[in-house]
Design a protein around this ligand. Structure first.
Ligand SMILES: [Zn+2]
Ligand SMILES: [Zn+2]
Length: 377
């Protein structure tokens, strides 16, 4: 393995380069060699070389060590990088172009938004239709009230980790037969948090967050359907170091109903009709979501016919109005007839003969259609 190139040489600068010149040169070269932009085979290697040079030369402590001793193992007591660090990866090219040299690595001390939570809630069919106010209890992580999330005993503050200088990462350099390997890993002194808490908060033991069973009031709007999500801003897990809380998403599952079926804002149901009611016509009572209503079934109604009850459906979730209720009638054939009933039906059959089911209307009855099919029409 060839000896390492001089860091100043890599950045094309002299030993007396100012911090500004180092930064400018680094940004220029990093753009040039960033693997997202430069597809040359050695771009990645060059990018890493440039980055490593910058990591050292942009840090006053590391730079003076380098100036005195040349290349040393950064694991031997050298801290992490400064503000312009790109972390272990390549960093986000957009950060570099637009963000003014910010890094891909997240600052472990930056405020962190809490996680979103999801809660699945099963409601009764009618609760979804009419809405409901309810209370749920969810386990969630909240920001510790005692220390306001920094994990330190009130009156004290977490200190920046002296090993990683707050970056939360350590470089591990190994000299292998194949060359020098640089790996980054979470700082062992601070477990990657970048800070050390001497006096831990007694409530959260330094975590900055606590687990709680939290009761939350929920208003389920009238008209929600199965699979709907209700978002409750800020009711998710607490943020860290002053970050905002996440959101809570409530996923609604609607139980099925034994009589009503729902499709969007419309309700469907099926009612039985005797063949006498269907033949002679009748007024029947139909249950709706709110009340009983009367439905006139005309004489000669066929099985499978739908009737519409306007406005008896589900309230529209957005906007005004309601869906409809659709009533399907099914004609039930009698099964246990008395001898008298059988006689009457035989008489009826004899009287009507083939025309028993012939429609008085102009449209073809299903019997006509079937006869045609038998004749091969
Ligand atoms: Zn605490
Ligand atoms: Zn550390």
């Amino acid at each position: 393995m060839a000896s390492k190139r001089d860091y100043y040489e890599i950045l094309g600068l002299g030993k007396d380069a100012s911090a500004d010149e180092i930064k400018k040169s680094y940004r220029k070269l990093a753009r040039e060699f960033h693997p997202d932009v430069n597809k040359a085979a050695d771009a990645e290697t060059k990018f890493k070389e440039v980055k490593e040079a910058y990591d050292v030369l942009s840090d006053d402590g590391k730079r003076s060590t380098y100036d005195r001793f040349g290349h040393v193992d950064p694991n031997q007591g050298m801290g992490g990088g400064g503000g312009g660090d790109f972390g272990g990866g390549f960093g986000d090219i957009f950060d570099m172009f637009f963000g003014g040299g910010g890094g891909g690595r997240r600052d472990p001390n930056a405020p962190q938004r809490g996680n979103d939570l999801q809660y699945t809630m099963t409601v009764e069919f009618k609760e979804a239709v009419f809405g409901k106010e309810t209370e749920i209890t969810i386990p969630r992580t909240e920001t510790c009230d005692t220390c306001h999330g920094d994990g330190a005993k009130p009156g004290t503050k977490p200190e920046t980790c002296s090993v990683c200088k707050g970056s939360g990462q350590q470089e591990v350099v190994q000299n292998t037969p194949f060359g020098r390997m640089v790996n980054r890993r979470a700082c062992t002194n601070c477990s990657g948090t970048g800070r050390v808490i001497k006096d831990k908060c007694s409530t959260c033991h330094g975590a900055g967050k606590v687990k709680r069973q939290r009761k939350i009031n929920i208003r389920i709007p009238a008209g929600v359907d199965d699979g709907a999500q209700i978002r409750m801003t800020g009711e998710g897990e607490g943020g860290l170091r002053g970050g905002p809380a996440g959101d809570l998403y409530i996923v609604i599952r609607v139980k099925s109903h034994e009589f009503f079926e729902r499709e969007g804002d419309d309700i469907y149901c099926e009612v039985p009709l005797t063949f006498v009611q269907a033949a002679l016509g009748d007024e029947i009572e139909i249950p709706t979501l709110t009340e009983k209503v009367k439905l006139k079934v005309p004489a000669g109604t066929q099985t499978g016919t739908y009737f519409r009850l306007k406005g008896k459906g589900v309230p529209k979730l957005r906007g005004y109005g309601q869906g409809d209720q659709h009533v399907k009638v099914t004609i039930v054939t009698p099964t246990s007839l008395t001898d008298d009933q059988k006689d009457l039906l035989r008489q009826f059959g004899g009287m009507s003969g083939d025309s028993a089911a012939t429609d008085q209307e102009h449209h073809e009855s299903i019997f006509d259609k079937m006869k045609k099919a038998f004749r091969g029409e």
